[in-house]
Design a protein around this ligand. Structure first.
Ligand code: FES
Length: 160
């Protein structure tokens, strides 16, 4: 896994450095830098956190605490299948929490994590714009609506 991390970071080293240089010594730009770094690499491994901390003049702990506060940020690479469960209001009241719970059980991971085999990552998102079909989830670019926990588990099995 660590080789994989190094490769991902090495591939984007120069662009990452450019992003960091733009905000050199500006701790208040942390969220913006994290956002751009994740857009570039896909996730925020330790190596990237250290570079950002150095550049902005803050500690790695400060960087990590912001990453862990926002579910949008990830410290692990996305899985082959990226599962996003909507927890917007409409989906929430129609049963999204039970769907998410079932998926966490099915995949053996918590939201924000990726399975050890790199096959699935599980994320929570806010409103996918299909509230009438809630609860909704997407698997890569495919949307699945009117979910019940069992149906969501079946969808995942079809990708496994
Ligand atoms: S609240 Fe889930 S799609 Fe809008």
């Amino acid at each position: 896994m660590s080789n994989c991390v190094c490769k991902d970071v090495a591939e984007h080293e120069q662009e990452l450095q450019q992003i960091i240089s733009r905000y050199q010594g500006q701790p208040s730009a942390l969220i913006e830098v994290l956002h751009q770094a994740q857009e570039l690499i896909g996730y925020l491994p330790r190596q990237v956190q250290e570079k950002i901390a150095d550049g902005l003049g803050i500690t790695v702990n400060e960087v990590y605490s912001v990453i862990s506060f926002y579910s949008h940020f990830s410290v692990k690479p996305k899985g082959e299948y990226n599962v996003c469960v909507c927890k917007g209001t409409a989906c929430y009241v129609k049963g999204a929490p039970a769907v998410l719970e079932r998926l966490e059980k099915e995949l053996g991971i918590k939201a924000g994590d990726t399975t050890d085999d790199g096959k699935f990552s599980l994320n929570v998102v806010r409103c996918l714009g299909a509230c009438g079909l809630g609860p909704v989830m997407t698997v890569n670019n495919s949307a699945h609506g009117l979910l019940k926990p069992d149906k969501a588990a079946e969808v995942i099995k079809s990708y496994a």
